[in-house]
Design a protein around this ligand. Structure first.
Ligand SMILES: [Zn+2]
Ligand SMILES: [Zn+2]
Length: 334
């Protein structure tokens, strides 16, 4: 059985299930400078002492991490394994910092290796994508500035160990299974214990829909991230987990209900977007403007990702026609 502990409240001694394996999981809530709010790291006490996710590289997050680990009765330097659910800055930013203090290896899925190594974007592909979407050059420029600004929150890792789907990770006498759950990020993984507990990263979040961001392979092919994400949700449904510990916010008591809600949400949004391109073909920029009239430049990539993701779903169902006009891509439902 697995018990979630709040840092500082050690109920190890009075646990009635003592004697049965119990994952000693502590949620460490770390501040971020991002609109998403705080991010969770999890300290799994046991052998090897494991940290899942690390927060962004800020003094505030590092201080909170150090304090949280201490409140859980451990020390940063004793950490023996760092697992990353994915390579986004708010989760992976301090991995190098913790690795330096502990000597622990950092494990990440191959799909996010480039992100944590600091080779985050192949800018040419993004530029082509944004130009074909119908965005003005000034918007494209401001977008690139935002990407550059994000780099200060992540120390690139020179060396990472891989995580593969189905891989078992020992923890005391038990083990966690690595599940490849891409979509929100191409190298996103979750960690599952057969007692029904999922450390979910940004696969399942309460209150917000984890936006699968536009992403490209190293040779410039755009990855259909939303179809991938929905497949990952369906995969988690089969597990019928009792609780999920997400990357942001408190534990999710009914992970299947949340996964189904998210699947339904995307199904509805897909039909909403289909309705917008039934009569006339539109560019991605036009669709974003229609769907998010108050969008500012900072939310641009989220909006584009949201729209293109649902167009990818329509394409999968062979309902999408894509035309070209003066360097722009135009989308229409067949
Ligand atoms: Zn993320
Ligand atoms: Zn996140």
């Amino acid at each position: 059985m697995i018990v979630l502990r709040e840092a500082g409240k050690d109920s190890f001694e009075d646990n009635p299930d003592k004697g049965i394996f119990e994952m000693d999981l502590h949620r460490l809530e770390l501040p971020t400078p991002f609109p998403v709010g705080p991010v969770n790291a999890y300290l799994l006490r046991g052998d090897p002492l494991t940290l899942v996710d690390t927060g962004p590289k800020t003094v505030e997050a590092q201080t909170a991490l150090e304090r949280g680990v201490a409140a859980a009765g451990a020390r940063l330097k004793d950490i023996r394994r760092i697992l990353l659910t994915h390579g986004h800055t708010d989760h992976a930013g301090n991995a190098a910092w913790v690795a330096q203090r502990s000597g622990a290896p950092v494990h990440v899925h191959e799909g996010d290796r480039a992100k944590v190594s600091g080779r985050r974007w192949v800018l040419e592909h993004v530029k082509t994508f944004l130009t074909q979407a119908g965005l003005a050059d000034s918007v494209v420029e401001s977008f690139f500035e935002q990407i550059q600004a994000l780099r200060q929150y992540l120390d690139p890792l020179a060396k990472v160990s891989s995580l593969t789907d189905g891989e078992y990770l020992p923890l005391d006498t038990e083990r966690l299974r690595t599940l490849y759950t891409p979509g929100h990020s191409n190298g996103h993984v979750s960690f599952y214990h057969e007692d029904g507990v999922l450390i979910a990263g940004d696969l399942l979040l309460e209150g917000v829909s984890p936006n699968p961001l536009v992403e490209f392979t190293s040779d410039g092919k755009r990855i259909p991230t939303l179809p991938q994400y929905l497949q990952s949700l369906r995969r988690v449904l089969i597990l019928n987990c009792e609780v999920a510990h997400p990357g942001h916010g408190g534990p999710i008591a009914n992970p299947n209900a949340r996964a189904r809600e998210l699947i339904t949400h995307h199904e509805q949004r897909k039909e909403e977007i289909a309705g917008m391109i039934r009569r006339a073909p539109k560019t991605l920029a036009a669709l974003c403007g229609e769907l998010f009239p108050k969008m500012d430049d900072a939310s641009l990539m989220l909006a584009l990702s949201e729209v293109i993701g649902h167009l990818d779903l329509l394409a999968e169902e062979k309902r999408l026609a894509i035309g070209r006009k003066k360097g722009l891509l135009l989308y229409k439902v067949k």
